[in-house]
Each structure stands twice: as structure tokens, then as C-alpha cells.
Design a protein around this ligand. Structure first.
Ligand code: CO
Length: 134
């Protein structure tokens, strides 16, 4: 059911420093920071040949990654995003298999203007999973 790995999202405590590290030390192509108020994050996109890395930094008071950074002050991998062809079919199959879909179970428009859902990390070995309709 799942297709390509779309991105790995890494929460970082200092977005400028993390961007510079990826650009200058790893030689990666990095975007300008992009505020995404609907998602409570500022994101830097890093384009790799086969996937993206997203550096996430909290934006606003109720950022969904605020707690994560409190628990992981040095930063850490926040989620993986897999592509699916049909997000509703994927959701229904996952629910039928007993996996927990976060929120109200309805897809939201994600960082790439495509429908996304998140799956409970306890059902996937401690990893928060985002599904994005490709
Ligand atoms: Co994501």
C-alpha cells in the first residue's frame, strides 16, 4: 500500500543553525524558511535526489512540536512520511487493521498542499507516521 518515502521530518531547537549545518556541512540544497501557521511550524525543506528532509521549528504558542522539543531539547526525528495513492482507502484499511489514526480521522491539507493523515506512533514502533496522498 505505501509507496515512496516522501520526507523525514526532524524537529530542531535552532532552525538557522540546523539549516546551516545541512547546507555547509552536508552540502545539501536547502530552502528559505517557510512559516506554516496552520501547522504551527516553520519549515526548511531539504531536497535530496530521492526524498526530502524537513527541518521543523515551532511557530506560535501551541505548536505540535513544542512538547516534542521539550522532551528532546537537542532535536530529533519527529516523523516519517510515506506516500499513498488513495488516502481514504489507506485510512479505511488501517482502521480495519486496528491502527489508530490521529485527530478526527479526516485528512487535512499538509505542508505540500496535499491531503495527509497521521498514525499513532505506538502502533508503529515508536515512530509517528504521516501518510500523504501522492
Ligand atoms: Co511531514
Amino acid at each position: 500500500m505505501i509507496g515512496n518515502l516522501n520526507h523525514v521530518a526532524i524537529a530542531v531547537p535552532d532552525l538557522e543553525a540546523a539549516t546551516a549545518r545541512y547546507r555547509d556541512v552536508l552540502g545539501a540544497k536547502v530552502s528559505e524558511p517557510l512559516d506554516q501557521p496552520d501547522h504551527g511550524v516553520t519549515v526548511v525543506f531539504i531536497e535530496l535526489p530521492n526524498a526530502k528532509i524537513e527541518l521543523l521549528y515551532p511557530l506560535g504558542d501551541n505548536s505540535p512540536i513544542g512538547n516534542f522539543l521539550e522532551r528532546n531539547p537537542g532535536g530529533g526525528v519527529h516523523h516519517l512520511c510515506y506516500e499513498v495513492e488513495d488516502i481514504i482507502a489507506a485510512r479505511d484499511r488501517l482502521k480495519a487493521e486496528g491502527a489508530r489514526v490521529l485527530g478526527d480521522g479526516e485528512p487535512k491539507i499538509g505542508a505540500h498542499d496535499k491531503p495527509v493523515l497521521f498514525l499513532h506512533p505506538k502502533d508503529f514502533y515508536g515512530t509517528l507516521i504521516e501518510l500523504e496522498q501522492a
